[in-house]
Design a protein around this ligand. Structure first.
Ligand code: KG4
Ligand code: ZN
Length: 421
């Protein structure tokens, strides 16, 4: 067996079939993502049955493509990893079944990874790769003196990774805050906050759909928001009073299923279903429904978000652009408010922001600025590591592989798999 520390990971929890090969949890040799966006776009959301079918079609091909891209063969691998939950049951099962078959056929250990832990490790992978690409050990003294501050920042010592961090996982399925604590090479997670209903990405997707914008909605709203006035519509998030009114009721949405309600400080709880309804009411009261159908047809036919003001205006009248900008401004503000409140309460000096919504430009800019003001480091994955991918799964699997934490023979999909305590 090789000793390169190569893990081949497979991710199929939602609508991306992905395979990646990562060396020692710190260097990506290959990362291949087969997106199903065109399949689901016409429905404005993921259709689980179609997702499973597309994963079946793609999984063997993406694994082969990852091996080719990395220039390695199955014989070079040390272990396999696969996402075991949370996610769509049928979709997860495709990846799990294939990973188990490979593990048996190749005689390689299999590591099961929680998708949410994977997202957190996307940030760590990005940090490690940035360090490698600007390794001060390989720079001369002169080069070191002239290195830009942001480059120096990237080369911070890995000891940083040994400290507690607050992680905001904000995606289409989740909006969760965790305290992530390093413990002898692996990590412990404690749930600090989460959404009670829709995830932030879900709100982006639903608002985009009701405005006739493309799927997934996040990138569309992100790109159109630049051309609107963020103060035009004063959306507000009221403070969630207390969890008492929820009692021990089972959460109603997929986003809320993966973590218990009890014992969370209400200041760290999110709720995004109200703003979606507020947008709908605003659209109806202000006569903005006109053009939605035409826009939906156009965005389906041309699935690239507008890049210039002219393109944006050709697609949406100014009041719609203002609405989009105001929606995003409010969501980003709410994510920041609760994240910084939790960081302050926990004394966290590092915030890891990850998941599909962490690709958002306004979130990155505003959160980074506020973190600097507070003397906190805000870290994001590279944009392509923000959304679902398998490199993050291989990275999260590495410490588990070292600790000998392998998947049981009867590993199955756990659609509501929780992370941490
Ligand atoms: O992490 P991800 O790929 O899948 C899940 O685990 O859910 O996240 C997908 C979500 C979608 O809701 C999508 O609209 C959102 O991330 N998203 C964005 C952006 N890019 C993707 N939301 C806001 N701004 C973006 N630039
Ligand atoms: Zn995800």
């Amino acid at each position: 067996m090789s000793t390169r520390g190569l893990i081949l990971a497979i991710e199929s929890s939602c609508d991306e079939t992905a395979a990646a090969i990562v060396e020692r949890g710190s260097r990506t040799l290959a990362s291949v993502v087969a997106s199903q966006i065109p399949t689901h776009a016409r429905y404005g959301g993921v259709v689980p049955e179609l997702a499973s079918r597309e994963h079946l079609r793609a999984v063997v091909l993406v694994v082969r493509a990852a091996l080719d891209e990395a220039g390695v063969s199955f014989a070079d691998l040390d272990a396999l990893a696969v996402t075991s939950g949370p996610g769509l049951a049928g979709a997860l099962l495709v990846g799990i079944s294939y990973a188990k078959a490979l593990s048996l056929a190749l005689g390689l250990p299999l590591v099961a990874v929680n998708h949410l832990e994977g997202h957190i490790h996307a940030v760590l992978l990005h940090e490690r790769e940035s360090r490698l690409s600007t390794d001060p050990a390989s720079a001369t003294k002169e080069e070191e003196k002239t290195r830009a501050p942001e480059e120096k920042e990237k080369t911070r010592a890995p000891e940083e990774e040994e400290k507690n961090a607050l992680a905001l996982v904000v995606s289409g399925g989740h909006t969760h805050l965790y305290l992530a604590q390093p413990a002898h090479g692996s990590w412990h997670y404690s749930l600090v906050g989460r959404t009670l209903d829709d995830a932030a990405g879900e709100a982006y997707d639903k608002v985009a759909k009701l405005l006739g914008l493309g799927y997934p909605g996040g990138p569309w709203i992100d790109s159109l928001a630049r051309f609107g006035n963020p103060k035009a519509v004063p959306f507000a998030f009221s403070q969630i009073k207390h969890k008492v009114h929820l009692g021990d009721q089972a959460p109603r949405t997929k986003a809320a299923k993966t973590a218990p309600i009890a014992a969370l400080d209400p200041h760290f709880l999110f709720s995004f279903s109200g703003i979606k309804t507020a947008v709908l009411r605003y659209v109806e009261l202000n006569g903005l429904r006109e053009g939605v159908e035409r826009r939906a047809a156009e965005t389906l036919a041309h699935p690239r978000p507008a890049q210039t003001r002219e393109e944006a205006l050709a697609l949406c009248p100014q009041p719609v652009l203002d609405l989009v900008a105001s929606f995003q401004h409010a969501v980003v503000g709410d994510l920041m408010k609760k994240t910084f409140a939790a960081a302050e309460a926990l004394g966290a000096k590092r915030i890891l922001v990850t998941g599909g919504v962490s690709a958002n430009r306004e979130l990155r800019e505003r959160l980074t600025r506020e973190a600097e003001r507070r003397g906190i480091r805000a870290l994001f994955p590279a944009t392509k590591l923000s959304t679902d991918n398998a490199a993050m799964i291989a990275t999260a699997a590495w410490p588990r592989f070292l600790a000998g934490e392998f998947a049981p023979d009867d590993l199955s999909a756990d659609p509501a798999l929780a992370l941490g305590r």
